[in-house]
Design a protein around this ligand. Structure first.
Ligand code: GSH
Length: 206
């Protein structure tokens, strides 16, 4: 299998983090430079169908994009440690939190960074500070929700680390590009984020 990935991009990082948690080493990483438009080449589009990273190419030539779908596929091949839920209840709870983290945290942060960071003007033609700020405010609204939840939960979705934590932490880490840190008063959120960053997978530089 080959993973089409990009160094600093957050969505491929989710997949590399899943691989690191599971100790998956037999996936070749192919670097795609999205800053120069490698992902928009006719070859890449023909292979993946969309100009996005990550994408996982299987040995039979099938290509899967969408980071969470790729993670779910890898979980089926490498079940341990479980990141997506062991039964119907867990799977639903973990998916609920993963989607919340994606829609209300990672996506608004991603838009905030893309719409403000000077280097990202290369891939974001219409940078708009006002829209960026709207998205920061939206992300902070959900940060406060998460902070309340994490007051009595160690991890986001279950009593162990899951894909929901990966999506949330990768989203917040991406904000470091614009030197953003979650508000200090969100102590539970910051405690959880530090715990995510302290995991061996994260420290190994996924
Ligand atoms: N929902 C997709 C998002 C994929 C995506 O937007 N990837 C970004 C990098 S993090 C990308 O390829 N951007 C290229 C561009 O916008 O031109 C996923 O989770 O994989």
């Amino acid at each position: 299998m080959r993973l089409f990935s990009s160094h600093r991009a957050p969505n491929p990082r989710r997949v590399r983090w899943v691989m690191a948690e599971k100790g998956i080493e037999d996936v070749e990483i192919v670097q795609v430079d999205i800053m120069v438009g490698d992902h928009k080449s006719p070859e890449y589009r023909a292979r993946v169908g969309v100009p996005h990273v990550p994408a996982l190419e299987l040995d039979d030539g099938t290509t899967i994009s969408e980071s969470v779908a790729i993670g779910r596929y890898l979980e089926a091949l490498y079940p341990e440690p479980n990141l997506f839920g062991v039964d119907a209840r867990e799977q639903a709870i973990i998916e609920m939190w993963t989607r919340r983290c994606e829609f209300y945290l990672a996506n608004p942060i991603m838009l905030n960074v893309r719409l403000t960071h000077p280097a990202l003007a290369a891939i974001e033609a219409h940078q708009q500070p006002q829209v960026a700020d709207y998205n920061r405010v939206a992300a902070e609204r959900f940060m406060r929700t998460l902070d309340r939840h994490l007051a009595d939960h160690e991890w986001i979705a279950e009593d162990r680390f899951t894909i929901a934590d990966i999506v949330g932490a990768v989203g917040l880490d991406f904000a470091r590009l614009v030197k953003y840190r979650p508000p200090e008063e969100l102590t539970h959120l910051n405690r959880w984020l530090d715990a995510c960053r302290a995991r061996p997978a994260a420290k190994a530089g996924v």
